[in-house]
Design a protein around this ligand. Structure first.
Ligand code: NIG
Ligand code: FE
Length: 410
C-alpha cells in the first residue's frame, strides 16, 4: 500500500533534511509492504508508476494533506475490570481522600469485588469497548495490567481476557501481571505474598499470560522489600519488571526499579532526587501520569527534573476506574504540556518512542522507519500540535495497524 499526499509526516526520527526534533517530512508518502514500512519520503520520490495507482483498489490511500504520526502507545493501563467508581468520586467531592476510601474497604477492593463477580465474557465485552474507544484516539498498542482479581482464579481470568482482545480489535495488547496491586482484605499479607510467588506467578508463566510483572509499592499496598521478593521471582520466570513507584508518598519504589533494572518506574510524583539519579544511571524509563494527579490531587511528577537527568519519559493515561478514568491519550498529552511543562516534542516522544521503550517494543514500534510495523495515525489537522492543544476534539481520521486500516472516522 502507498499512502500519498501526507501533509506532514511525523517520523519521530530527526535527521538531515527533516524539520525539527520530530523529524517531520512535508508532502510525504509511505510505502507499506507486508505490514511493515518499506520506504517513505517526499511525494516527488514516489516511483513513477507505483503498481496500484491505476487500479487503485486496496493499494492507494490518499491522505489528503493529513498529518501522519506513528500509532500511539499507551504503556500503562488497567483496562480490564468491571464496575465503575463514580460513587466514590461523589464521596471525594464531599471531602473524602483516595486513601480514606481505600482504608474503608473501597477503592481498589471495590473494583476487585465487581471484577471477581463478572464472567470472562462480560469482562471481555467491557474491555473491548474501552479498547475501541482508545482506538478512536489513535492508540494502536496498549499495555494492560491485571490486578483487580487478587486471587489466582480472577487474575488468570483477567489476563486471559487481555489475550482475547487483540483478535477482537486488531490492536496489540501487552499483558502485565499486577497481582501485587493490593492486599486482599480477607488475607494475611505474608500469606498473600507467598501465594503470589508460589502459585500465581508460576501459573501465569505456565500459560504465558504476562510479559511484565508490576508491583504497587505504597503505604496502602506493598513495601519495597516485599516488592523485591515478588519481582525477583517474576524475573526468574522471564518476565520484565515494572513498578508503581512513589505515587502517593516516597517509598523507595523508584530506587528498587533502578536496583532491579526494571524496564519502567511509573507515576513518580513523590520520587526523591537521589532516586531520579539512580533511575537515570540504570536507564529505567519513567512513565508519568498527569491525569491521575489531576483526578486525585497531590503533586505532579517532576518531568523537567527527570528529562534534565537524561531519563526517557513516557506519558500514559493509566486508564483505571479509581485514579484516572480516562482513555483519551490526547488529554494526557495536553496535561503533560500544561501541568508537567513538557515541550511538544517531549510529549510526542512520550506517547510514541518512549512509550514503546516502557514496554520494550522500541525496536519494532514507535517511529516511522524502514522495517518498523506500519502502525500509523492520520490526523485531520494542519499541525501535530493541534490535537494536543484541543484534546476534546477528535482529529483522528484513520488508524492503520500493520498496514491495515482498522479505524475510520464515520
Ligand atoms: O495506577 N496506583 C495504583 N493503581 C492504580 C489505581 C487503581 C485504583 O484505584 O483502582 C493507579 O493509579
Ligand atoms: Fe496504574
Amino acid at each position: 500500500m502507498f499512502i500519498k499526499n501526507i501533509g506532514r509526516l511525523v517520523t519521530m526520527v530527526p535527521s538531515k533534511g527533516r524539520e525539527g526534533l520530530l523529524g517531520v517530512i512535508k508532502n510525504a508518502f509511505i510505502e507499506i509492504k507486508e505490514g511493515k514500512i518499506k520506504r517513505f519520503g517526499e511525494n516527488f520520490l514516489i516511483p513513477p508508476n507505483p503498481p496500484l495507482e491505476k487500479g487503485g483498489e486496496g493499494g492507494f490511500l490518499d491522505a489528503r494533506g493529513c498529518v501522519v504520526i506513528p500509532g500511539l502507545i499507551d504503556c500503562h493501563t488497567h483496562l480490564v475490570h468491571a464496575g465503575d467508581r463514580s460513587d466514590e468520586f461523589a464521596l471525594r467531592a464531599r471531602g473524602a481522600s483516595y486513601e480514606d476510601i481505600a482504608k474503608a474497604g473501597g477503592g481498589i477492593m471495590s473494583t476487585v469485588k465487581a471484577t471477581r463477580a463478572a464472567g470472562e465474557d462480560e469482562l471481555l465485552k467491557l474491555a473491548a469497548e474501552r479498547a475501541k474507544e482508545a482506538l478512536s484516539y489513535g492508540l494502536t498498542t496498549i499495555e494492560v495490567k491485571s490486578g483487580y482479581g487478587l486471587d489466582l482464579e480472577t487474575e488468570i481470568k483477567i489476563l486471559r481476557v487481555v489475550k482475547k482482545l487483540g483478535p477482537l480489535t486488531k490492536q496489540d495488547f501487552i499483558p502485565t501481571f499486577l497481582g501485587a496491586h493490593a492486599i486482599p482484605k480477607d488475607k494475611e499479607r505474608r500469606k498473600y505474598i507467598q501465594e503470589i510467588i508460589e502459585e500465581m506467578l508460576p501459573a501465569v508463566a505456565k500459560e504465558k499470560l504476562a510479559v511484565f510483572c508490576d508491583v504497587f509499592v505504597e503505604n496502602i499496598a506493598f513495601s519495597a522489600r516485599e516488592a523485591e521478593q515478588i519481582l525477583k521471582a517474576a524475573k526468574g520466570h522471564g518476565m520484565g519488571l515494572k513498578i508503581h513507584a512513589d505515587q502517593l508518598s516516597s517509598n523507595g519504589g523508584a530506587a528498587l526499579a533502578a536496583k532491579l533494572n526494571a524496564v519502567s518506574a511509573d507515576h513518580l510524583e513523590n520520587v526523591t532526587g537521589e532516586d531520579i539519579a539512580a533511575m537515570a544511571k540504570k536507564k529505567v524509563t519513567a512513565v508519568l501520569i498527569p491525569s491521575s494527579t489531576f483526578f486525585v490531587g497531590g503533586r505532579y511528577a517532576d518531568a523537567r527534573g527527570m528529562i534534565k537527568s537524561g531519563i526517557n519519559v513516557a506519558i500514559s493515561t493509566d486508564y483505571n476506574p479509581g485514579t484516572s478514568p480516562i482513555l483519551n491519550i490526547w488529554l494526557a498529552a495536553n496535561m503533560a504540556v500544561t501541568q508537567l511543562h513538557m515541550t511538544m516534542e517531549e510529549v510526542y516522544k512520550g506517547i510514541t518512542v518512549n512509550a514503546a521503550r516502557a514496554i520494550s517494543i522500541d525496536a519494532t514500534h514507535g517511529t516511522v522507519e524502514t522495517g518498523k510495523h506500519a502502525d500509523l495515525v492520520l490526523l485531520n489537522c494542519k499541525s501535530e500540535s493541534e490535537p494536543v492543544y484541543r484534546p476534546d476534539k477528535s482529529f483522528v481520521d484513520k488508524v492503520i495497524k500493520n498496514g491495515e486500516v482498522i479505524y475510520e472516522k464515520s
